[in-house]
Design a protein around this ligand. Sequence first.
Ligand code: C2E
Ligand code: MG
Ligand code: MG
Length: 502
Amino acid sequence: MYGLLPTSFITTYGLQLGSTLQAVVLTMALANRIYQERESRTRSREAELAALSAQRRAEQRVMDQAMRDPLTQLPNRACFELNASQKLHLRPGRRWAVCVARLDNLAAVTKTLGHHNSDRLLEVVSLRLHQIARDLPGIEPIGANDEDCLAVLEPSTFAYLMDAGTASANPRQMARSMEQLREPIDYLGMQVPLDCCIGVALFPDHGKDLNTLVRQAYVAQETPIAREKGQAYYDPARDPYSPERLTLVTELRRAIDENQLALWFQPKRCLKRNEIVGVEALIRWPDRQPAVFADQIIAVAEQSGLIRPLTRWVMEQALGARKVLLEAGLDLAVSINISPNNLRERDFPLFVQRLMTSHHQHRGRLILEVTETSMMQDPTNSMRTLRSLDHAGIPLAIDDFGSGYSSLSYIKQLPACEVKIDRSLITDLLSHTDDRIIVKTTIDMCHSLGYQVVAEGVEDEETTELLREMGCDMIQGYVLARPQPLADLIRQLRPEAQAFRS
Ligand code: C2E
Ligand code: MG
Ligand code: MG
């Protein structure tokens, strides 16, 4: 414009070029900015996603931990309940077995070796149990993966779920697993036995929801059968915690008060003299529907404290029955069964002594039967009570001998006059050589200790003959008569007393 610079393309279009360049630079800067913003947004989104998945993983870990036992890492109770109940509801057409296995000796191990060792042992044991459970026929996974088939309910209590049909179709495999359970565990050079009791409740037979089935399996594993054989099925009739059982207690209390119970009698024959020498009184509840058997009545009475009035009622009735027998010309001894709980009552010997004083004509003719196993529950107290009964001149008999594991040194101290060999040893006497050897040895041993021997549950003449040859003193069983009301028994024993009315 002032002629200072020569005119050229640049001086002519400099302004436009500058503006264009500025626009290009600005556009590029804007594009870069947009790009960077987008980049940073993507990065922050990625970081957000990474944080989210880390949170998910942490949550999953917590969830997993919440479903596992911290010590053994096996599925825990919550996991078992969740998965097992899903299985029951998803496949209700199947028959399921809910099993609870409890280790009885862990408390003893803790006391011997301390908590630390018992925790380590529990880890080893749970590994062994898991291996055994995994090979069971019909076992179902109950955890996050297919390997999880054993759950921990409590520190020494485990649970598993089986298809009952498959399990019962493979008895050999089941028996093999039970054998494996009996093998002791090698721990710190010691052979620790597992002492495992298993309780089984069946779906839908025993219950329709998992909670009920687990409770029932718990009850089953506590029973003497589980302790004896290693495994027991739930039996509603023997469930001390069922609502029906509570009703039964109330009904039994009323039955004792209102004289609704009855005593039936089964004769006992002396093999040498070939005559009936006594009867055993057995409890019955005639009008109860559905029927309740003698051992169930006694179990309920023992659990509820009703055994005290019940035994007293039985004794009084038995004395009354003996009076009736005498009047019918039958001078027979009457045996009654007493429970181990009676032996623990401090005033029991006194009660019996007073009763015998007021019924002195029956002195020495009322025999008290106590089972071998019941005495072993509390040997010291049982011995004290039995001794004071013996001093009072009350004859005692050891019932169900051979069904338990009592020590010979204990048995030989008992002030008994009679030993009754358990039915389980007599039933197969003809076919089982082992039983014959045991019975013959028992008879000889009892004779040398000064006891009379009675064989229980004799059902046929051949067994009677065999027992006679073995030197058995007396027999009792269906071969003579089934337990029956007194009037019927008297009619049977004295056909000439047809006119007799009880
Ligand atoms: P227990 O004292 O050993 O009585 C014998 C049981 O075997 C009776 O069963 C009797 O009916 C049964 N029995 C007798 N002979 C035969 C036979 O040849 N074959 C078979 N298969 N069975 C036979 P029950 O009456 O059911 O009594 C069962 C148990 O209940 C008794 O066993 C006894 O331990 C207990 N019990 C019965 N009554 C009383 C009672 O008044 N008080 C107490 N504490 N216990 C009782
Ligand atoms: Mg008896
Ligand atoms: Mg018996």
